[in-house]
Write a protein that binds this ligand. Structure first.
Ligand SMILES: Nc1ncnc2c1ncn2[C@@H]1O[C@H](COP(=O)(O)OP(=O)(O)O)[C@@H](O)[C@H]1O
Ligand SMILES: Nc1ccn([C@H]2C[C@H](O)[C@@H](COP(=O)(O)OP(=O)(O)O)O2)c(=O)n1
Length: 226
């Protein structure tokens, strides 16, 4: 029997819309690999913070864009991320990294480097892969078999995000999240945007389970048509 072609799924959208939870669950359910591209941008930002790079200076960022060795593990049941062999899954989620990641990821040299990495990971996924981020459907994998763009109201997204951190302030969380989306959507190089051929899913009133089921159905339809 002929080996079925790998299925490539791109899931984009702003912070807190459910990209990571949905992508992991869909990949696990369908036996696909999973790539969190936000974790890669966070990892390179973590390296720059750790190495004292001036993050207000895009030239300084560009000069060291190729220095960190970033490796992503793509098992949806246990995704991993290392920088120069160090596990950074925890440190890349600090408020400091979150507040600086948009400045680093706006630099074209950083995006070129990370985009290459993402394409080679997707190419190596034998059964297929779910890749989540901001520019996957528009720039990284424009020929993906299925493109999803998740949205949700800023209130719902902030409530979800602050639900993850004990004692966090929903208003401050919402302000930080809206500011980051604005920066990510307005940068010159491959901004956060919905691809023309992406299916938009507003998750504000949906449970995570409903979103997962919706995406699984869409992937299965694409697979059947291949
Ligand atoms: N449809 C949903 N309804 C309620 N909570 C959700 C939904 N989707 C995701 N969440 C929760 O919201 C938080 C952020 O989800 P996440 O998948 O990390 O979003 P993103 O990757 O888009 O930033 C997580 O705690 C997740 O469990
Ligand atoms: N494909 C991508 C993925 C993330 N980024 C940047 C922009 C985002 O603010 C940061 C962090 O992304 P991440 O998905 O970890 O953010 P959230 O977990 O949704 O808050 O990385 C990007 O520029 N392009």
């Amino acid at each position: 029997m002929e080996t079925p072609a790998a299925v490539i799924v791109a899931i984009d959208g702003p912070s807190g819309t459910g990209k990571s939870s949905t992508s992991k669950a869909v990949a696990a359910q369908l036996g696909l690999s999973y790539l969190d591209t936000g974790a890669q941008y966070r990892a390179i930002t973590w390296w720059m913070v750790n190495n004292g790079i001036d993050l207000t200076d895009p030239t300084a960022i560009a000069a060291v864009a190729g220095k960190a060795d970033i490796v992503s593990g793509t098992d949806p049941a246990a995704p991993t991320i290392t920088v120069d062999g160090t596990d950074v899954a925890g440190p890349i989620r600090t408020t400091e990294v979150t507040s600086k990641v948009s400045a680093v990821s706006a630099v074209p040299e950083v995006r070129a480097r990370i985009t290459d990495l993402q394409r080679s990971i997707a190419k190596g996924a034998e059964v297929g892969i779910v890749v989540e981020g901001r520019d996957i459907g528009t720039t990284v994998l424009p020929d993906a078999d299925l493109k999803i763009f998740l949205t949700a109201s800023p209130e719902a997204r902030a409530a979800r995000r602050s639900g993850e951190v004990k004692g966090s302030d929903v208003k401050a969380t919402q302000e930080a999240l809206v500011a980051r989306d604005k920066a990510d959507s307005s940068r010159k190089t491959s901004p956060l945007a919905k691809a023309g051929d992406a299916v938009e899913v507003d998750t504000t009133e949906l449970t995570l389970q409903q979103v997962i089921e919706c995406v699984v159905t869409l992937v299965e339809e694409k697979r059947a048509a291949k």
